[in-house]
Design a protein around this ligand. Structure first.
Ligand code: DC
Length: 229
């Protein structure tokens, strides 16, 4: 039997609904929720604010070594702090989304973030979501999920999300953006998005959030039962 803290690793492409589901699963089980994308986004925001050249790897590595990122969770709030200042909303801008692949493709930067991500397990059971959680950060995670959805569905969800915020876009443009993001995530040299062979794929195209959450909670219970035997 493993005495290690329990890790539910949730990977998958952008827009598959990982954040919402991971957060609700963490809440249901009393686990810590860790959104690793927020860390890549926070570093990207800082680089933009500092007007760094996003192709200058050394400058980005240097900046990352001198940055403090904190993910703070209480009851119903999840907040992100960058060098002590709250950036929860700022990291969600389109500018940050479009440019975060620069930071995400630098091995030295990923090393820094991996060690922060792994440190959470020293104290907590966690639900961690990203692109490389089951493959690289925690290949020994007790439960690995690969959350997927069709490009059409992901574009539709994004469209509705933006519309709610009063932003008009069109689905075709969003589809193109999603395809580009998938290509970047899947084809980069370091830590590309891959499904770990042990990961259970959940295609969320036709599922409600409640169904996804209850599937993962059920899988968790099955896993802990199996481990007891
Ligand atoms: O999931 P997201 O859209 O918030 O991710 C932001 C960026 O970070 C995106 O470029 C993918 C990248 N990312 C990554 O490379 N590895 C992770 N574990 C999480 C996110």
């Amino acid at each position: 039997m493993s005495h290690k803290r329990f890790v539910i690793a949730i990977d998958g492409p952008a827009g598959a609904g990982k954040s919402t589901v991971a957060m609700l699963v963490a809440k249901a089980l009393g686990f810590l929720y860790v959104d690793t994308g927020a860390m890549y986004r926070a570093l990207t925001l800082k680089a933009i604010q500092l007007k760094l050249d996003l192709n200058d790897r050394n400058a980005l590595i240097d900046m990352s070594r001198n940055t403090r990122i904190e993910l703070i969770q209480n009851e119903n709030h999840y907040r992100v702090f960058l060098d002590g200042l709250e950036v929860t909303k700022a990291i969600r801008s389109e500018l940050v989304s479009k440019n975060s692949h620069f930071i995400a493709s630098i091995p030295e930067v990923r090393e820094i973030l991996w060690s922060i991500q792994r440190s959470y397990r020293e104290k907590y059971d966690i639900v961690m979501e990203g692109r490389d959680i089951g493959t690289i950060v925690f290949p020994d995670a007790q439960l690995k999920i690969y959350l997927d959805a069709s490009v059409e569905e992901r574009a539709k969800r994004r469209y509705l999300q933006l519309k709610q915020q009063g932003i008009e876009t069109n689905i075709e443009d969003l589809k193109k953006e999603i395809i580009l993001r998938d290509e970047r995530d899947k084809n980069r040299n370091i830590a590309p998005l891959r499904k770990h062979p042990d990961a259970i794929t959940i295609d969320t195209t036709y599922l409600t959030i409640e169904q996804e959450v209850s599937m993962i909670v059920h899988l968790y219970k099955q896993t802990t039962e199996k481990n007891k035997k």
